[in-house]
Ligand binder design. Sequence first.
Ligand code: ITT
Length: 200
Amino acid sequence: MKFVLATQNPKKKEEMVAILGDLGVDIVTEEELGIHVEVEETGKTFGENAALKAKAVMEATGLPAIGDDSGLCVDALKGAPGVYSARYGGPDMDDYGRCKLILDGLKGETDRRAHFETYIVCAFPNGDWFAAKGECQGSIAFAAMGNNGFGYDPIFFRTEEQKTFAQMTAAEKAAISHRGNALRSFKTKLEKYLAEHPEG
Ligand code: ITT
């Protein structure tokens, strides 16, 4: 079965193929199909945004589509930046500025708890859909550390590994990350769906 990945981010396909590859599904990006579906992420939750992306791309292509949405939620900031993770601090801010904004927002704060969350939604042209969720618990470091990864990785500290996400290799991060966990759960659900729908 062929699936379209509803994203402009080519790295997401690599991650997905690495985990779903052995199911024998064909995953193509919007770019590979020569389309760009503009989806306004107006949802109040990661699940709503993932569903908006999957549904819009499924309707535009007539193919089953996979949409995902992720973000960082900081307890002492009442769950911010949450669904605004990519846009936190306004359009002119870069990853470095967004990390600094969080560090400044937590100055003097002892409760550093935070988690990353990912939702993945798969929408089929016949109206079927299913969703998978992944989380990763951690805390906000007192300063940025490490150069790997992207986004908030330099300030997301894991007590278990005594490292930030940005100090881990891609494989170390994928083994425990929100996106890795969501993808593994998604794989189980997709495998079940494919077994129940052998006609494709
Ligand atoms: P698309 O919507 O085009 O798929 P995106 O980059 O916005 O791509 P996400 O919805 O997955 O991707 O993530 C939203 C933001 O949350 C992202 O821009 C980062 O700031 C942050 N984020 C998500 N996952 C992250 C991770 O693993 N490490 C660091 N920051 C992350």
